[in-house]
Design a protein around this ligand. Sequence first.
Ligand code: ADP
Ligand code: ZN
Length: 228
Amino acid sequence: MASAVHGPRLVLLGRQGAGKGTQAAKLVVHLGVQHLSTGAILRQEVAAGTELGLHVQELMEAGDLVPDEIVLEVVAHQLADPDVQRRGFLLDGFPRTQRQAAALLQLLGSSGLDAAINLEVPAAVVRRRLLSRRVCSRCDTPTTARHREHTVYCQICGGTAVRRPDDTPDAIERRLATYEEQTGPLLGFFRDKRLLVDVDSLGSPDEVFDRLMRELQPILWGTGEAVS
Ligand code: ADP
Ligand code: ZN
C-alpha cells in the first residue's frame, strides 16, 4: 500500500485517551509506517535517566507540556532518519501547539504530509478511560485487558501493564485543558490545508480502525504511484 517512493506520512490528533496509542499500533502493522510518539520517546528518556529525561520528568508528571524547542529537536532528529522517510511515519502526540505545527510543515515542505487524523471522542468519555487505563511499561501500547486484579502483560512485547504517573485526576485535568487551549485549534489549521480527516472514535478499537481506514485509503492511494 505504501508508495514506491515513500510510505504514508501521517499525523494523529485527538484528546488524551481518544485511542491514539491503540490505533497507532494497528496502523503500524497495516501500513508499515514508523510510529513516532513524542510522549513515548520522552518517557524512555525519563526511564533511562538521561539529561533530557531529568529535565522533562517533572513537567510530564504534572501534565504540563515540554518546551517546544525540546520536542522539535526530538522530532527533527527522528524525521531525518532515511528509514523513517522511506517507510513513512505516524506522528502521535505531535504537533500540539501552533508553533510545533508550523515548524513541522516547514520541515516537511508543502506536500510532505498526507493527512492529519482526528480521533473524535467527547471529553467526558476520555476522562473515564484515562482513570482506568494501563499501558505497557516497555513499549507504551495501551492494554485491552479488562481484569485489573492480576498482572497484565503487553500483547506486543510482553512487558507489564502499568498506570502512567500522569494518569492522576489532577494531571488528567491539566492535560485536557491544555489540549482544548493549545492543540484543539490545530484542527482548524489542518482543515484549512485540506489535510484533516475526522474519525468518530466511539466504539470498539476494530470499529474505529475500519472507519479510519475507509477514510484513509482513498487519500493514500491518491498519492504517488501506490503499490499494494
Ligand atoms: P497524552 O497525550 O496522554 O498527554 P503523551 O504520551 O502524548 O500523552 O504525552 C505525555 C507528556 O509528554 C505530555 O503531557 C507532555 O508533557 C509531553 N509531550 C509529549 N508530546 C509533546 C509535545 N508535542 N509537546 C510538548 N510536550 C509533549
Ligand atoms: Zn509492550
